[in-house]
Design a protein around this ligand. Structure first.
Ligand code: ADP
Ligand code: MG
Ligand code: MG
Length: 876
C-alpha cells in the first residue's frame, strides 16, 4: 500500500484520500496550470500515524524521500543542498475545508548553510534571511510550541533599533541579526537549538500536521460542523515559490466573482513583496485586485485567464490563492468559494445563463438551509457586532426593540407602532397575542422546538431561545447577564439566525425576494415531485404562504381559534359544562364564530386543498391553572373578602378544573378521544366547516376541505368519526342541493396507527404524518422534557446525531412511516399521503419524505420557499 502521491498523479475526485487542497492541486497540475511541484501524504498515512502510536513509519519516510527526489529532479534543486537548496511548504489539508487546524509552514529546508546558498544563488541576501526568519518563527510556533509573540517582540525591537516602520525596510544585516536573535529565543524557550537537518524539520512538521487533526480548535470546529473525526488530514509538501523576492513579486487571494453580492467581477487583494499569510495578517494594507490591472497588466490578464479556466473546469465560483515570483504567476490553491445566500442564488442563475450549468445542477448549488436568510431581515454590518449572549437560533431574522416582559404590554405597545421584543423565560399559548405584535422573541429556556421557537417560526418572527446565560427577574422587570442589568424598555437586538443577543439598536437590512430567487424557485417548481403546502391557522398566514408559493394548507389547527380572548370564556364554559344541554348551548355560541374562521381560511386558499384538523389538545389547556386558582382562593378566604356563595362557586370551579387535570396530558384525553367522549364538539366543528363551504360555493369560490381526525390509533375510532362527518355532510348536501367536494382522513402520529395503517386506510381518504407527535410517541419522550433536560446530553454524547424533533429520526420514526405508507397503499392504492410536522420544512428530512414517496410536505409559511428548493433537490 502506498501513502504518498505526486501532484502529477491525483485528481479532484480523490478528496477523501488526498484532502481538498491536495486533490485540487493535483487537478490543477493535470490542467497544466502553473502549480509549484510537490506531493501529498494521504489521509491514510494519518490513520497509520495514529495506529503506530503517533510515529511516522520507516516505510513512509522512504516514500516521502522518493517523492522528494522526483521534485528535486523536476526543479534541478536539492533538499538540504549547499548549492541550490530546494525549499518546501508543509500544508495541512483535510477532506473538507477546516480552519482551526495547523498553520502552514513556509521555507522549510532552510538552515545556517542552505540560507547562504539561497542568498548566493538568488544574489539576494536580504531575501534569503527574510525567508529564514519567517521559517524559524512559523516552525517554532507550529511545531515547537513556542508562542508567536516572542518573535513578534524581537521583530518589533529590531525595527525600532533600525528606525523603520515596515518589515520590508529591514536590510540584510538587520535580518541576519534577527535570525540570530530568533535562534536564541528557540534555545531559551524550547530548551534545544533550532533543528538544522532538513529531513528532521520535514518529519517534525508532518507529525505536527497529523497531530493538529486532534487539537482542541479542530475538534470544536468538527463538532459544530458535524465533520466526522475519522476522516483524518492529508499533508501537502510543495516546492516554494517566493512572493517576497522584491517589488516584482507578491502574493494574493481572490474570488472569481464577488462572494457577497454575486456580481461577476474579480474580488480580492494582493500585496507586493510579501509571503503567505501577509495579505490577511494585516501587517501592511493590501491592494484591491483591480489595481493589479494597472500595476502588472500582463499578470492581471493571466489571472483572468486562470480564473476563467478554473471556473469553467469546476463549473463553480472559485476561491484562489496565488503568488507572483519575479513577474511569474503561480497558483497555490483553488476551492469552491464560500458565498452569501444572495450570491449563491445569483451565481446559480448566472452560471445557467452562461451555459456552465444545467438548471438541475444549479439548483443543487444553492444551500436550502441558507435560503432562509433571504426571507428575513439581517444585520447590515455583521463583522462589527459583538454579542453579549448567545442562545439557540430558533427562528431566523434580526430584530431590534425595547425589551418587555409581559405579552399584554407588548401587544399594547406594538399596536401603537413601538418596536418591542417580548422577553420571557419561555412562552405559552397565552403569550401569542404578544408575539404577534413583537419584533422578535427572546427566551431563556426551551429548545429549538419549544413553544416560542415553533410559533415564532410559524409567524416568520425572529426568535432566540434557550439563552440561559440571561437571567429574567419578572418581579423587578429586569434582565441580567453577569453583573449587567437591563431594565424594561432598554433596547436590545436579537439575531435569530445565529442566536446572538446584542446591546442596543443595530442597523438592519430588509429581505428581498429578487428576480434571481424567483428564477431559482421557478426552476425548483419545474423539477420537484413533492407538493409543498403550508401550516396556517389564519387567513393572513394562508395569504402569506400563498405568496411564498404554497399549494394548499396541510395543517390548519383549530385550537388557536379557541384561544382568542373573545372566545376563550365561551370555550371554558363549554368545557366545564356539567350537562350535555349546557355544553351544546355554549357550542351553539361558538358555531358562527368558528364558521367565520373557516370561511376566511377556505377563501384565502380558494381552489387549493385545505386540511383542517379537528380539535386536538387536552381540554384543560384552555382552563386556568389549578395551582393559581387554589392560591387565589386561599388568599381570598384568608382575607375573608368573599361571601359564602362566592366561595362555594370558586371551590366548585377549582374542583372541576382539577377533575380535568391529567398526569400525562400528552398521552391523555386529547385528539379523537375527545370526540369519542364528547362527539358534540367535533360535530360543531364539522357544521362550521360545511356551513362555510356552502357559503363559499354560493359565492362561486372553489373549496377543497380535507377534514383531518387527529391521534387515531385504532381504525374503529376513525370509522366512528368519519361516519359522523359524512352524516353531517349529507345534511348539507340535501339542504343546499349542492355537490360537496371534501375528504376525510387522519393524522398518523401513533406507532399503532403506523402498523395498522392497512386497517385505518379502509376509512381514511388521506394520511398526514404528524411527525412531532409520532416522534414523541415513538421515542417515548416528550419534546419539552427532552429538550429541556436530557436531549442535549444525548446529542453531545452522540447517542442521537441530531435533535429528532428538528431532523427526522429516519431509523426509528422513518421506519414506522415506511410501514404506514406501504400498508396504507396496500388497502388504498392512490391514498394521498403528506406530512405536516415541523420536519416538513427541514431540507434533509424533506429528502427522506421524497424517497418515501409522499405526495406533499407542509411547513410554516416562511419555510415554503426552502421546502420548494429542498423538494427539487431531492428529485434530482
Ligand atoms: P490555509 O489552508 O490556511 O489557507 P495554505 O496551506 O493554503 O493554508 O497556506 C497559506 C498560504 O501560504 C498560501 O495561500 C500561500 O500564500 C502560502 N504558501 C503555501 N505554500 C506555498 C508555496 N509552496 N509557495 C509559496 N507560498 C506558499
Ligand atoms: Mg489556503
Ligand atoms: Mg399531534
Amino acid at each position: 500500500k502506498r501513502y504518498v502521491y505526486s501532484f502529477n498523479e491525483g485528481n479532484r475526485s480523490m478528496k477523501e484520500l488526498l484532502g481538498g487542497k491536495g486533490a485540487n492541486l493535483a487537478e490543477m497540475t493535470k490542467l497544466g496550470l502553473p502549480v509549484p511541484p510537490g506531493f501529498t501524504i494521504s489521509t491514510e498515512a494519518c490513520h497509520l500515524f495514529y495506529d503506530e502510536n503517533k510515529t511516522i513509519t520507516e516505510g513512509l519516510i522512504q516514500e516521502i524521500k522518493k517523492a522528494m527526489a522526483e521534485v528535486e529532479i523536476t526543479l534541478e534543486k536539492k533538499f538540504g543542498s549547499k548549492e541550490n537548496p530546494l525549499l518546501v511548504s508543509v500544508r495541512s489539508g483535510a477532506p473538507v475545508s477546516m480552519p482551526g487546524m495547523m498553520d502552514t509552514i513556509l521555507n522549510l529546508g532552510l538552515n545556517d548553510e542552505t540560507v547562504l546558498a539561497l542568498a548566493e544563488e538568488t544574489d539576494n541576501e536580504r531575501f534569503a534571511y527574510d525567508c529564514y526568519r519567517r521559517f524559524i518563527q512559523m516552525f517554532s510556533d507550529v511545531v515547537l510550541d513556542i508562542p508567536h509573540y516572542n518573535f513578534e517582540r524581537a521583530l518589533q525591537r529590531a525595527k525600532e533599533i533600525a528606525g523603520v516602520t515596515e518589515d520590508t525596510m529591514l536590510d540584510a544585516a538587520m535580518l541576519k541579526d534577527l535570525v540570530e536573535e530568533y535562534k536564541k529565543i528557540v534555545r531559551k524557550s524550547g530548551g534545544k537549538s533550532f533543528p538544522q537537518d532538513p529531513y528532521e524539520q520535514l518529519l517534525l512538521a508532518i507529525k505536527a500536521v497529523f497531530e493538529s487533526w486532534n487539537n482542541p480548535r479542530a475538534q470544536i470546529y468538527r463538532n459544530i460542523n458535524k465533520i466526522p473525526s475519522h476522516y483524518g488530514t492529508a499533508v501537502n509538501v510543495q516546492s516554494m515559490v517566493f512572493g517576497n523576492k522584491g517589488d516584482d513579486s507578491g502574493t494574493g487571494v481572490l474570488f472569481t466573482r464577488n462572494p457577497s453580492t454575486g456580481e461577476n467581477v474579480l474580488f480580492g487583494e494582493y500585496l507586493m513583496n510579501a509571503q503567505g499569510e501577509d495579505v490577511v495578517a494585516g501587517i501592511r494594507t493590501p491592494q484591491p485586485i483591480a489595481k493589479l490591472n494597472t500595476h502588472m497588466p500582463e499578470i492581471y490578464e493571466e489571472i483572468l485567464k486562470l480564473c476563467n479556466t478554473l471556473e469553467n473546469h469546476h463549473r463553480d465560483v472559485q476561491d484562489i490563492e496565488f503568488t507572483i515570483e519575479k513577474g511569474r504567476l503561480f497558483v497555490l490553491q483553488t476551492r469552491s468559494g464560500k458565498r452569501t445566500s444572495k450570491a449563491a442564488v445569483k451565481f446559480a442563475v448566472d452560471l445557467v445563463e452562461e451555459g456552465l450549468l444545467t438548471k438541475e445542477e444549479a439548483l443543487l448549488k444553492v444551500d436550502a438551509y441558507q435560503l432562509d436568510k433571504l426571507l428575513h431581515r439581517t444585520i447590515s454590518n455583521e463583522g462589527n457586532i459583538e454579542a453579549i449572549a448567545q442562545g439557540l437560533p430558533a427562528s431566523p431574522g434580526a430584530a431590534t426593540g425595547k425589551i418587555i416582559f409581559d405579552a399584554d404590554e407588548v401587544e399594547q405597545m406594538g399596536k401603537k407602532g413601538e418596536k418591542v421584543l417580548l422577553v420571557r423565560p419561555e412562552t405559552t399559548p397565552d403569550d401569542i397575542h404578544g408575539m404577534v405584535e413583537a419584533q422578535g422573541v427572546l427566551t431563556t429556556k426551551g429548545g429549538m422546538t419549544s413553544h416560542a421557537a415553533v410559533v415564532a417560526r410559524g409567524m416568520g418572527k425572529p426568535c432566540v431561545c434557550g439563552c440561559d446565560s440571561l437571567d429574567i427577574d419578572l418581579e423587578e422587570q429586569t434582565l441580567k447577564i453577569g453583573n449587567r442589568v437591563f431594565n424594561k424598555g432598554d433596547v436590545l437586538t436579537i439575531d435569530g439566525s445565529n442566536g446572538n443577543v446584542i446591546i442596543g439598536e443595530v442597523e438592519l437590512v430588509e429581505p428581498e425576494l429578487n428576480n434571481d430567487v424567483l428564477t431559482v424557485l421557478k426552476w425548483a417548481d419545474e423539477t420537484r415531485d413533492l407538493a409543498v403546502r403550508t401550516n396556517a391557522d389564519t387567513p393572513q398566514d394562508a395569504q402569506k404562504a400563498r405568496e411564498f408559493g404554497a399549494e394548499g394548507i396541510g395543517l390548519c389547527r383549530t385550537e388557536h381559534m379557541f384561544m382568542e380572548p373573545d372566545r376563550l370564556p365561551i370555550v371554558q364554559k363549554m368545557i366545564l359544562a356539567e350537562t350535555l344541554a349546557d355544553r351544546k348551548k355554549q357550542l351553539d355560541k361558538l358555531l358562527p364564530i368558528q364558521q367565520n374562521d373557516f370561511y376566511g381560511i377556505l377563501k384565502a386558499m380558494a381552489g387549493l386543498p385545505v386540511t383542517i384538523r379537528l380539535l386536538d389538545p387536552p381540554l384543560h389547556e384552555f382552563l386556568p391553572d389549578v395551582a393559581e386558582l387554589a392560591i387565589e382562593l386561599a388568599l381570598l378566604k384568608e382575607e375573608a373578602q368573599l361571601s359564602n356563595p362566592d366561595i362555594q362557586k370558586r371551590e366548585d370551579l377549582l374542583r372541576r378544573v382539577k377533575a380535568l387535570q391529567e398526569s400525562n396530558p400528552m398521552l391523555g384525553h386529547r385528539g379523537c378521544r375527545l370526540a369519542i367522549v364528547y362527539p358534540e364538539i367535533y360535530e360543531m366543528q364539522v357544521h362550521a366547516i360545511f356551513g362555510a363551504v356552502i357559503q363559499l360555493i354560493n359565492e362561486g369560490v372553489e373549496v377543497l376541505p380535507e377534514i383531518m381526525i387527529p391521534l387515531v390509533g385504532e381504525a374503529k375510532e376513525l370509522e366512528i368519526l368519519k361516519d359522523m362527518v359524512n352524516r353531517i355532510a349529507e345534511e348539507y348536501k340535501e339542504k343546499s342541493n349542492k355537490e360537496l367536494k371534501y375528504m376525510v382522513g387522519t393524522m398518523i402520529e401513533l406507532p399503532r396507527a403506523c402498523v395498522t395503517a392497512d386497517k385505518i386506510a379502509e376509512h381514511a381518504e388521506f394520511f398526514s404524518f404528524g411527525t412531532n407527535d409520532l416522534t414523541q410517541t415513538t421515542l417515548g419522550f416528550s419534546r419539552d422534557d427532552a429538550e429541556g433536560k436530557f436531549l442535549p446530553s444525548y446529542i453531545q454524547q452522540k447517542i442521537y446525531q441530531d435533535n429528532p424533533f428538528a431532523v427526522l429520526d429516519r431509523e426509528g420514526v422513518g421506519a414506522l412511516m415506511d410501514i404506514a405508507v406501504s400498508k396504507g397503499r396496500k388497502t388504498r392504492e392512490n391514498l394521498k399521503i403528506g406530512i405536516c410536522g415541523e420536519h416538513g420544512g427541514e431540507p434533509s428530512s424533506i429528502e427522506f419524505f421524497h424517497n418515501l414517496g409522499l405526495g406533499y410536505v407542509s411547513c410554516s409559511p416562511y419555510r415554503v420557499p426552502i421546502a420548494r428548493l429542498a423538494a427539487a433537490q431531492s428529485s434530482i
